[in-house]
Write a protein that binds this ligand. Structure first.
Ligand SMILES: Nc1ncnc2c1ncn2[C@@H]1O[C@H](COP(=O)(O)OP(=O)(O)OP(=O)(O)O)[C@@H](O)[C@H]1O
Ligand SMILES: [Mg+2]
Length: 415
C-alpha cells in the first residue's frame, strides 16, 4: 500500500493539494483514502462534504465518490484518554528515576493526542484498510516533524523504561516504590507500555517503508522556500523519503516567463502589482529548482477561485505541470549505512542542504545524538559500533559521515 504525506508551511495549500491528489488518483481507478492528522474539518471543507463523526463509530470512513474515501478523526477518540495517561505516567516515572536532562528535554516535546490518534489511525488503515493509496494531509511543518519523530523517540524511551520497570518491580517492595514517589508499576502498566512500544515500532516501520513518502508543499516565496529547505533536511534526519516538491499558487505568467503579463483594465497600479508578483514568483521558482534539485518539481497554478469540491480539485490536479509522475511510484529511502573502512567503520546519513556547522553530534552510551537546526534524532548504534569511539565527522556531498574506530579499552588489538 502506498502512503503519501503532504506537509509544508502553514497555509501553503497542503490540504488542497493532498485532496486534489486523492481525487485524481481515485478517478484513475486507484482505491484511495484521504485523511488528515488534525481533528479540524479541513479535508471535508476542501472536498466540499460533511464528514460526520458519530459517537459510537469513532472514525467513520465516508465514500465521497466511487473509489475516493475520506476519514475524519474524531475529537472524542478513546486513544486520547489512553495517551494522556501514558504520557503522564512516562513523565512521572522519568522524573522519579532522575533521567538525564537530554531525555527529559525530549519528553517535554512529546506530541499531543491529535497526533497520536492520527498515527494510530494511519497504522490501522495501512494494516487493515482495502486501499491502494493513503493520502495524509499533515499539520504545518513543525508539528509534522514532531509527529514523524515520535515513533522512534517513544520506542527509544519505552525500550529503556520497560527493563527499568521490571527491575523496580523486582528490587522494591510496593511500599518502597510508593515512598520513592514513583507510580506503582503494576503488571498492567507494564503491559500497557509494551503495547505502546509495539504500536510505535509498527508505525516507525510504516514511515520508513519504501512505499511511504512525503511531498513538500510550498509557494514560490523566499520565506516559504527557506523554511522548506530546512524541512527537507529534518525529514531526511528522521529517515523520511521526500519524493516531490509541489509549488502551489503559481501565477501563469510566472511559470511561462516569455508570456506577457495579462492586460489589466484596472489601471497602472494593478498592472505593476501583477508584474511585481510575476517577477517575484519567477525568482522564487528558479530558487526552488536550484534548492531542491534533483527532486521532481510539480507546479500547481493559482486558480481564480478556491478549489472546493471534487471537480474543482480534479481540475487543479489536471492543471499541474512539471514532473507530475505516477502516484503509485515509489522512491527508495536512503537511510543510515555502516560499512568497514580503514580498520574502522564509516557511518553515513544523507542530509541534504546542510553544512557541517549546522550539525551537532553527541555520543551517549550506545546512541549517537544527531542534531540539525533544533531537530534531534537518537540513532541507536548497531552493535559493531558500540565498541567503537567516534574518530571524526564531516558533511560531504549532502551526507553526514562519521568515522568510528575500535575502542582499544573494550576491544584489545591482537598482536
Ligand atoms: N492553487 C490554488 N489556487 C487557488 N486557491 C488555492 C490554491 N491552493 C489553495 N488554495 C486556497 O488557499 C487556502 C489555503 O489552502 P489549504 O487549506 O489547502 O492550505 P493548508 O496548507 O492546508 O493550510 P493549513 O496550514 O491551515 O492547514 C484555501 O482557501 C484554498 O482553497
Ligand atoms: Mg490544511
Amino acid at each position: 500500500m502506498r502512503v503519501i504525506l503532504f506537509t509544508g508551511k502553514g497555509g501553503v495549500g497542503k490540504t488542497t493539494t493532498a485532496a486534489a491528489t486523492a481525487v485524481q488518483a481515485a478517478r484513475a481507478g486507484i482505491k484511495t483514502l484521504v485523511m488528515s492528522t488534525d481533528a479540524a474539518h479541513s479535508i471535508g471543507d476542501a472536498l466540499g462534504v460533511v464528514l460526520v463523526t458519530a459517537s459510537d463509530d469513532p472514525d467513520p470512513v465516508v465514500e465521497v465518490e466511487p473509489g475516493l474515501f475520506a476519514l475524519q478523526l474524531s475529537a472524542a477518540h478513546s486513544v486520547r484518554r489512553s495517551w494522556r495517561s501514558v504520557q503522564d505516567y512516562l513523565l512521572t516515572v522519568f522524573k522519579g528515576l532522575g533521567i538525564d536532562p537530554v531525555v527529559a528535554d525530549e519528553l517535554t516535546e512529546l506530541p499531543g493526542a491529535d497526533e497520536i490518534v492520527a498515527l494510530l489511525e494511519l497504522r490501522t488503515q495501512v494494516e487493515s484498510g482495502p486501499w491502494d493509496l493513503v493520502v495524509v494531509d499533515c499539520a504545518p511543518t513543525a508539528e509534522t516533524l514532531r509527529l514523524l519523530a515520535l515513533p522512534e523517540a517513544l520506542a527509544w524511551h519505552l525500550e529503556r523504561l520497560i527493563p527499568a520497570q521490571r527491575g523496580l518491580l523486582r528490587a522494591l517492595r510496593p511500599a518502597a516504590v510508593a515512598a520513592a514517589g514513583l507510580p506503582l508499576p503494576g503488571v498492567q502498566a507494564l503491559e500497557t507500555l509494551r503495547r505502546w512500544l509495539e504500536s510505535m515500532l509498527e508505525i516507525q516501520s510504516i514511515l520508513a517503508a519504501g512505499t511511504t513518502s512525503v511531498r513538500l508543499v510550498l509557494t514560490p516565496e523566499r520565506v516559504v522556500i527557506a523554511e522548506s529547505r530546512r524541512t527537507l533536511t529534518s525529514l531526511r534526519l528522521y529517515g523520511l523519503a521526500v519524493d516531490q516538491v509541489v509549488v502551489n499558487r503559481v501565477f501563469p505568467a510566472a511559470e511561462a516567463p516569455e508570456a506577457n503579463a495579462p492586460e489589466s483594465n484596472q489601471g497602472l497600479t494593478h498592472t505593476s502589482w501583477l508584474v511585481g508578483w510575476n517577477i517575484a514568483q519567477q525568482r522564487g521558482l528558479s530558487e526552488v529548482r536550484h534548492s531542491f534539485d534533483p527532486l521532481p518539481i510539480v507546479i500547481a497554478p493559482y486558480l481564480a477561485g478556491e478549489p472546493v469540491g471534487t471537480d474543482a480539485l480534479a481540475a487543479l490536479a489536471g492543471a499541474c505541470t512539471g514532473e507530475v509522475g505516477d502516484v503509485l511510484m515509489t522512491t527508495p529511502t536512503q537511510g543510515m549505512t555502516v560499512r568497514p573502512e580503514d580498520g574502522g567503520y564509516l557511518l553515513t546519513l544523507p542530509l541534504p542542504l546542510v553544512t557541517a556547522a549546522e550539525v551537532d553530534l553527541k555520543r551517549r552510551d550506545d546512541d549517537l545524538l544527531v542534531s540539525v537546526a533544533g531537530h534531534r534524532r537518537v540513532l541507536s548504534l548497531p552493535s559493531v559500533l558500540r565498541r567503537c569511539v567516534v574518530a571524526g565527522a564531516v558533511v560531504r556531498n549532502a551526507t553526514l559521515r562519521v568515522r568510528f574506530v575500535p575502542d582499544e579499552k573494550l576491544w584489545p588489538v591482537d598482536d
